[in-house]
Structures are given as C-alpha cells and as structure tokens.
Design a protein around this ligand. Structure first.
Ligand code: KIV
Length: 262
C-alpha cells in the first residue's frame, strides 16, 4: 500500500509526480504497471464516461462506485477521489460524511474545489485523519460562473489565488491541484507552499502533472490545448501510459505549447 508519507518522500528527492484520472479497474491495473504515482478518480467522469457537458451531475454514489472499481485494480497505488458537486459545500460535517464514504471505498485522499470558502472544511477533515487536496484556478464545478476559461491572468485574480493557496495549506491541505493558470503564477504558488502542487495547464513549475486519461490516450474529440495524447508513436495504450510517466518525470511534458498564456 502506498500512503501519503511515502508519496511525499518522492517529491523531497525532486521527483515529479505523474498523475492520471482513472475510472475503472482495468485502467488502474495498466496505470499501476506503467508507474503512475496517483490515480485520480476525477469527477471528469461525468464528461468522459457519462457524456455530460459538465461535472455537475456526478453524484457521491457514482464517485463511490468508481472509486471501488479503481481500488480493485490499483494494486495498492495511491488513490485520490473527487468530492462531487453538492456533496461537500454545505458544511464541514457534510464534507466529512462524503469523504468518509470515499475513504471507505478505497480512496487515500479526497480533492475539493475552492479557496478561502473551503478553509473551514479542510481544517475539519484534516483534524479527523482525512488527507485533503485543494483545487484552485479553473474550477469545473463553478463552470456556470466562469465558463471553461483560464484563470489568474489578471494581477488581482493572481493575488487572490496566491492567498487562497496559502490559506488551504495553513488549514491542513496536503496537496494542491492548479488548473489552467499561467506558468509563472503556478511556479510562484509552488515556491510559496510547503505542500506539493499538481498542475494541469499550469506549466512545468509544479511538483507533478495530471491529465485526464481520455486526453492522454487520444479519446477526446476536442482536447484542451494544454493536454497531449501520448498514443501517437506508442505501440498500444500501455506504452502510451509509460510514455506519459516518462515525459512527466523527465520534464519534457508539459512543453511551452501546453502552457496557459499570461
Ligand atoms: O476531475 C478531474 O479530472 C480533475 C482534473 C481536471 C484535475 O479534477
């Protein structure tokens, strides 16, 4: 079994973490063999698996179902699971009850979206033995407010994001996903924080990278510009996963063409 302390040790040695979303046991098995560090049971499954246009319809029951499936194939690999929209924003107590379901299903850490507004819940969970990953920048669960647009490009928004990151870290978050923000901002946040950052469309300065599996193996019709399919040039899907891990560890992904413009 891989627990958080062993994972964090890798980062202390300067190793980048390769993270992929994972929704089922078969892919979990392939990812374990490919050397992926964290399997993220992302609520992006609402789009990739269920065919919705947003993550908003995904329920806690569905997240539990997919987390259990991933855990059966993961062979002890570290599993992070998303708290879905509506299952945690109401109160720390609601967040605890939902997180407990995900941990019982096999997750080692839960991820939630939002900054200052989530600080109380993060502290509540952390004090009760639940590892928490924050998520800042583009927040897919807030798409009705923001659309799918890059975030943190204006100074005021960048300053707010830096404050939110510090507040989440101080509250006890032990990892932070940064989505669709300029590389310089992600690097600044990473350098300011004592916890690892995992970037998606946030440039090479983060401590690790995450991609949506279906983007990484070329299944997405209109993939975001910050993503890359590792299937071209690979003999099969397993080889594509191995290529993704190698590219993250060596720092060749993300390249300048995947960065969010400032
Ligand atoms: O659900 C998901 O796929 C995610 C990634 C975008 C980080 O949260």
């Amino acid at each position: 079994m891989m627990f958080l302390p062993q994972l964090l040790k890798k980062i202390e040695t300067g190793e980048k973490l390769a993270v992929l979303t994972c929704y089922d046991a078969s892919f979990a098995r392939l990812m374990a063999r490919a050397g992926v560090d964290i399997l993220l049971v992302g609520d992006s499954l609402g789009m990739t698996v269920q065919g919705h246009t947003t993550t908003l319809p995904v329920t806690l029951e569905q997240m539990v179902y997919h987390t259990e499936a991933v855990a059966r194939g993961a062979n002890g690999l570290f599993i992070m699971a998303d708290l879905p929209f509506g299952a945690y924003q109401h109160s720390p107590q609601q967040a605890f009850a939902a997180s407990a379901r995900l941990l019982a299903a096999g997750a080692n850490m839960v991820k939630l979206e939002g900054g200052a507004v989530m600080v109380e819940s993060v502290a509540f969970l952390a004090a009760r033995g639940i590892p928490v990953c924050g998520h800042l920048g583009l927040l897919p669960q807030s798409v009705n407010q923001t659309g799918y647009r890059a975030q943190g490009r204006e100074r005021k928004a960048a300053d707010q994001l830096i404050k939110d990151a510090a507040a989440l870290g101080a509250a006890g978050a032990q990892m932070l996903v940064l989505e669709s923000i300029p590389s310089l901002l992600a690097t600044e946040v990473t350098q300011n924080l004592r916890i690892p950052t995992i970037g998606i469309g946030a440039g090479p300065g983060c401590d690790g990278q995450v991609l949506v599996l279906y983007d990484a193996i070329g299944l997405t019709e209109k993939p975001p510009r910050f993503s890359k399919s590792f299937l071209p040039g690979a003999s099969d899907i397993s080889a594509a996963l191995v290529a993704y891990v190698a590219a993250v560890k060596s720092g060749t992904f993300p390249g300048p063409e995947h960065e969010t413009p400032t």
